[in-house]
Design a protein around this ligand. Structure first.
Ligand SMILES: NC(=O)C1=CN([C@@H]2O[C@H](COP(=O)(O)OP(=O)(O)OC[C@H]3O[C@@H](n4cnc5c(N)ncnc54)[C@H](OP(=O)(O)O)[C@@H]3O)[C@@H](O)[C@H]2O)C=CC1
Ligand SMILES: O=C1O[C@H](COP(=O)(O)O)[C@@H](O)[C@H](O)[C@H]1O
Length: 508
């Protein structure tokens, strides 16, 4: 990893504590951070370096995938961390920050590189980048990169405004927009599985694929994040970024080279091919929104969204979103992509299911065998793996057909200890590899698509449905598929009390 001074804005916040400090530590333990680095933690509240390093230790203890104790190794790591109290509106403070940064650069023999990580509320991004320049922090030889967190805007106009502000200071090639789903091991694996396997790629089109289903379900509710979430909702929080990115990776053509711009170019072509909703009626027919009412999970009562302390009691924000989306290009013409996400659903899982069309002439039908479709399932998280469902002869029978499963569980491999998404992304940003960060044209096209839905929703609130917390969301999400002759396939083998459908030959 390149030598750099990392300027971590928002160092006392939740993201730094839960994700960023543990990521730095894992990279250090794996030898991916040389000794030529320094981290300056920045936020308004007062902290001594001692206190900051104690915070660092407790965050690593709680969240890192490596064990830690206050030993020599940790102390050597922690010496690279300093804290400075700074209000991002105070330009003079940035001049002082420059002096501190330059002295750390000299102390750790960094060589001028700077990585500015904005773990801050997005409304501060513009001011902070302006003050980075005004404070003279870019007046040093070396690379200067800006890593910013989502959400990138609230809609297309606000994203354009934000982008214009950032671009006054940083070039596009130096802006690293985080979508942490792109840092997930199995999301990155989709491209490899698609493009490096002869038995997938030839079938990857509308001739053989009936539909693709993307599910990002969460068991958690809004918790204490209502201040942000109630303004955002599932559409902006999950669909505009994580879901559309996964859809693009499933649908894109093979890049000509494994070069960040070639890969991002292919994703952009998918975003350009998304069929935008033309009017409110189309949105009503193809999109479902819901909000969780009170319910229960594992016998415990769960409060309604509107009763959550951090939420407006009259909120009409959606906590569930499902849609039928089409990619209007040669490969995908006529193939529906069904996407859904929600809070307070029965399981925490992210899965992509590819449902294949049936064979053209089912000779087993004559023997009254309805064949189950072949499924290919990418298990993204928390379980990581690949699952394939196919038809086979029931052993010992006279041609009786049963579904069998081939299940590869990557996360079950002993000692694998898969890197966290933030580790990978931090590492990539420091190496200057932007493959798994979103480029402005992707982000703006995604907003264009999402804004049409948001606009239709503004016109009528009547289609917001309640669903009991702990259930699979509004019934209309089922109808979305049923009208095309499909159904949501079970995720994690469990779906509304259905028996796990995947049989293993060994169990027969
Ligand atoms: N938490 C998470 O899991 C995720 C967060 N994100 C994004 O990351 C960003 C940060 O989120 P999160 O850590 O949860 O937010 P928090 O509210 O927990 O932290 C915000 C941080 O900003 C600092 N801050 C606020 N105002 C100022 C200011 N004027 N000058 C200097 N520092 C300031 C706060 O410190 P102080 O009060 O001391 O100034 C604090 O360190 C957001 O954009 C969020 O959307 C994205 C995905 C997941
Ligand atoms: O970006 C976000 O993602 C999380 C879900 O991430 P995961 O890695 O745990 O699947 C979601 O809870 C949050 O609302 C959203 O902002």
């Amino acid at each position: 990893m390149s030598n750099a001074v990392y300027l971590l804005f928002g160092a006392t916040g939740d993201l730094a504590r839960r994700k960023l400090f543990p990521a730095f530590y894992a990279l250090y333990r794996e030898g991916k951070l040389s000794e030529n680095f320094a981290v300056v933690g920045l936020a308004r509240r007062a902290r001594t370096n001692e206190q900051f390093r104690d915070d660092l230790l407790s965050s690593i203890r709680e969240f890192a995938r490596y064990d830690v104790s206050k030993d020599e190794q940790f102390n050597r790591f922690a010496e690279h961390f300093e804290y400075m109290s700074l209000d991002i509106h105070n330009v003079e403070g940035f001049r002082e920050l420059k002096r501190l940064t330059d002295s750390l650069d000299e102390k750790f023999n960094v060589g001028g590189n700077r990585l500015f990580y904005l773990a801050l509320a997005p409304e501060l991004f513009g001011s902070v980048s302006y003050n980075i320049r005004e404070g003279g922090l870019l007046e040093v030889d070396g690379w200067h990169r800006l890593v910013i967190e989502k959400p990138f805007g609230y809609d297309l106009p606000s994203a354009e405004k934000l982008n214009a502000e950032l671009r006054q200071v940083f070039k596009e090639k130096d802006v690293y927009r985080i979508d942490h789903y792109l840092g997930k091991e199995m999301v990155q694996n989709i491209g490899v599985l698609r493009f490096a396997n002869a038995f997938f790629e030839p079938l990857w089109n509308n001739k053989y694929i009936a539909n693709i289903q993307i599910t990002l379900s969460e068991t958690v509710g809004v918790e204490d994040r209502g201040g942000y979430y109630d303004h955002s909702g599932a559409l902006r929080d999950m669909a505009q970024n994580h879901m559309l990115q996964m859809l693009a990776i499933m649908a894109m053509e093979s890049p000509s080279r494994l070069h960040p711009e070639d890969i991002r170019d292919e994703k952009v072509k998918v975003f350009r091919s998304l069929r935008g909703f033309q009017n409110a009626e189309e949105v009503r027919r193809h999109v479902v929104r819901g909000q969780y009412a009170s319910g229960e999970a594992k016998g415990k009562p769960l409060a309604a969204y509107r009763s959550e302390p951090s939420v407006n009691p009259e909120s009409t924000t959606e906590t569930y979103f499902a849609a039928k989306v089409f990619v209007d290009n040669f490969r995908w013409a006529g193939v529906p992509f069904y996407i859904r996400t929600g809070k307070r659903l029965p399981v925490k899982t992210t899965e992509v299911v590819v449902e294949f069309k049936n064979v053209p002439n089912n000779v087993y039908l004559a023997q009254k065998h309805e064949l189950e479709p072949n499924l290919l399932v990418f298990r993204i998280n928390p379980m990581e793996g690949i699952y394939m469902k196919m038809n086979a002869k029931r052993p010992g029978s006279e041609g009786s057909v049963i579904p069998i499963a081939m299940d590869f569980c990557q996360s079950c491999q002993v000692g694998l200890n898969t890197p966290e998404a933030y580790e990978r992304l931090l590492y990539d940003a420091a190496r200057g590899d932007s493959t798994y960060f979103t480029r402005w044209d992707e982000v703006s096209l995604a907003w264009e698509f999402i804004d049409k839905i948001a606009e239709a929703w503004r016109e009528s609130e009547g289609d917001l449905e309640n669903y009991p917390a702990g259930s699979w969301g509004p019934d209309r999400a089922k109808a979305l598929l049923a009208e095309d002759g499909f159904k949501w396939w079970p995720v994690n083998g469990q779906h509304e009390g259905e028996v796990a459908w995947a049989m293993n030959l060994g169990n027969q």
